[in-house]
Design a protein around this ligand. Structure first.
Ligand SMILES: Nc1ncnc2c1ncn2[C@@H]1O[C@H](COP(=O)(O)OP(=O)(O)OP(=O)(O)O)[C@@H](O)[C@H]1O
Length: 272
């Protein structure tokens, strides 16, 4: 019974694969990837709209980090297509990546530089003039309630504040797409809540498309766009509340468990 439910839910929860449109910050079409002979992503397709928070929800090992590595071109595949703000990452290369901001799972700030120095260094790398860099650094630090910490070294900040600086840095060049790979890992509950709330607000305010990879259901709101990834396949995509409603009574927690805990029989069914 549970097996039948899981299989039928998967087809109901996918709908049509998205087609290219003007408001997309990201479009992924038919993307597949293997590490040597180990398949990790299989025919992945979804879109991230500008001005919207999209959660990429998947258990450990689902393929989220691999997908981010393909979007940023740390990894390559010839199977499928990735468009950032309408530009094909394979064809447009650096021009496509120019509209991308990223916060990696592992922190990448220089601990011995001040907050402002970290941001200024990145802004200069992105080709911003000193004056423009200063203006944007002030804007982002104010946005993240960090203006008063600008002269402190990153080492003196707590984990939550370090994360805020990383997100601020990723926004300095006004990207169309912001990728965040499990950005709340290791943070305490209040810091996690604050970052989730800041980033949700950001999507609408800045008209930036946000792709937030997580395995934590409580970071997702009913109105968010949601892509559920399981064993390298998209098993649900749409608005979170709609996905939950279409999968029967229960919460996102129940839906996620149903879609990502395959029995042997349902695994066979999926692959048939
Ligand atoms: N360099 C690699 N070589 C071989 N297999 C890899 C490599 N990196 C990841 N994998 C495997 O690919 C699969 C997807 O891993 P990936 O890190 O993309 O998943 P994830 O959803 O980001 O998980 P996590 O939340 O644990 O980081 C896993 O089975 C993982 O063991």
């Amino acid at each position: 019974m549970v097996v039948l439910r899981a299989v039928s839910a998967q087809s109901d929860l996918l709908g049509e694969a998205p087609a290219q449109s003007e408001r997309q910050a990201l479009l992924i079409e038919n993307l597949s990837f293997s590490y040597r002979d180990k398949p990790v992503l299989d025919d992945v397709g979804f879109a991230v709209e500008k001005g919207r928070f999209t959660a990429l929800l998947g258990p450990n090992g689902a393929g989220k980090t691999t997908l981010f590595s393909l979007i940023t071109r740390l990894l390559e595949t010839s199977l499928g297509r990735i468009l950032i703000a309408g530009r094909d990452t394979r064809e447009a290369g650096a021009a496509a990546l120019a509209s991308l901001g990223i916060v990696f799972q592992q922190p990448t700030l220089d601990l011995d530089l001040t907050v402002r120095q970290n941001l200024a260094y990145f802004a200069r790398l992105r080709g911003l003039s000193l004056k423009e860099a200063g203006r944007r650094i002030d804007r982002e630090l104010t946005r993240f309630d960090m203006a008063e910490r600008a002269r402190e070294t990153v080492r003196s900040l707590n984990g939550g504040h370090r994360r805020r600086v990383e997100i601020a840095r990723a926004l300095l060049h006004d990207p169309d797409l912001l990728l965040l790979d499990e950005p709340t890992v290791g943070l305490d509950a209040p810091s996690r809540k604050a970052i989730v709330s800041h980033v949700h607000a950001l999507a609408g305010e800045r008209d930036v498309g946000i792709l937030w990879a997580t395995h934590l259901i409580d970071e997702i709101r009913e109105e968010d766009a949601l892509v559920i990834l399981h064993e390298g396949r998209v098993v649900a995509r749409g608005i979170s509340a709609d996905i939950v409603a279409r999968s029967g009574p229960g919460s996102l927690d129940t839906t996620f468990t149903m879609l990502t805990t395959p029995t042997r029989e349902s695994s066979a069914g999926e692959r048939a």
